[in-house]
Design a protein around this ligand. Structure first.
Ligand SMILES: Nc1nc2c(c(=O)[nH]1)N[C@H]1C(S)=C(S)[C@@H](COP(=O)(O)O)O[C@H]1N2
Ligand SMILES: [Mo]
Length: 281
């Protein structure tokens, strides 16, 4: 009996060895998906990524370092997540996590920068068109309606005029005030193109105060100062009085100033402060 049992055992051993030998041979070339599954189920690390296991010379480490260096050196390459090198290195978990983290930070920065730029653009654009003070409008019977800020008025060199204007108001008080501004007739003819059929010029202030002149009264360049015969004064729109520019926070910094037509002419009530628009009719 013992002999038979021994023979049987030996036979079993031989059979199992043969079977083991066959399956072992298959294991070395796990190309079939089925085999891969089997192998992975068995938890054999060797065959997890058989083809992509890095060469033992540590070249994958070099590539990882190179990848990181690239990311750091070129922070703008946020979209280079599919870097060919990174793709090849995918099996290494280090590569999968680290590059993801870094680009995400960069992504945020990039997004911030982009949105900042987007927000800055208008901010940057506005200062380029900085408007100096409220606008002075010229409209009505003109070929070119105007809407001018202080800087534009100040740039009209040939129209700029400065002088002391004598004033007399309705209560009999008098004085001299120095003004700097532009000649209104020059503005109407050279800039606005006043129509040949124009009859009157209305000067309208923001508070509703207004004075209407005839075109001839605006064209006139020889208003007088009854205390100084040598003066011949034009009608001006002034932005500066006694050396100080009007405060734009207190209204449009434009004042219509006119001299006297003759001695005793009460001219001060005709000075219109805070002009909003000039209407040619
Ligand atoms: N916009 C505006 N301009 C105006 C007035 C006004 O009420 N509003 N008053 C006029 C009158 S009646 C006079 S006497 C002078 C007063 O000038 P002053 O404010 O510089 O003293 O402004 C003239 N210009
Ligand atoms: Mo007045």
């Amino acid at each position: 009996m013992k002999q038979r049992i021994s023979i049987l055992l030996i036979l079993l051993l031989v059979i199992s060895l043969f079977a083991a030998g066959c399956s072992g041979g298959e294991d070395t070339t796990p190309q079939e998906p089925e085999d891969m599954a089997e192998v992975q189920e068995e938890g054999e690390d060797i065959s997890q990524e058989p083809e992509e296991t890095p060469a033992p010379d540590g070249s994958i480490q070099d590539e990882i370092s190179a990848g990181e260096a690239d990311v750091e050196e070129e922070p703008d390459n946020t979209q280079d997540q599919e870097e060919p090198e990174a793709g090849e290195d995918e099996p290494a978990q280090v590569v999968e996590t680290e590059p993801e983290l870094v680009p995400e930070e960069q992504k945020e920065e990039a997004t911030e920068q982009t949105s900042d730029e987007a927000q800055e653009e208008p901010v940057v654009a506005e200062p380029q068109i900085v408007q100096e003070g409220p606008l002075l409008k010229v409209e009505g019977r003109v070929s070119t309606p105007l809407s001018l800020d202080l800087s534009q008025l100040k740039s009209m060199d040939s129209l700029i005029y400065s002088a002391d204007y004598y004033w007399l108001n309705s209560f009999g008080s008098t004085g001299h005030t120095s003004f700097k501004g532009i000649k209104l007739w020059g503005l109407l003819t050279e800039e606005a193109g006043i129509g040949s059929d124009a009859q009157t010029v209305r000067i309208v202030a923001t508070d509703g105060y207004e004075m209407t002149f005839t075109v001839d009264q605006i064209r006139k360049q020889d208003y007088i100062d009854e205390t100084d015969d040598s003066k011949k004064l034009p009608v001006i729109v002034a932005w500066q009085e006694d050396g100080s520019q009007y405060d734009s926070d207190k209204g449009p910094p434009y004042k219509l100033v006119v001299g006297q037509k003759e001695a005793g002419d009460v001219n001060k009530p005709q000075w219109v402060s805070n002009i909003d628009r000039i209407i040619v009719e």
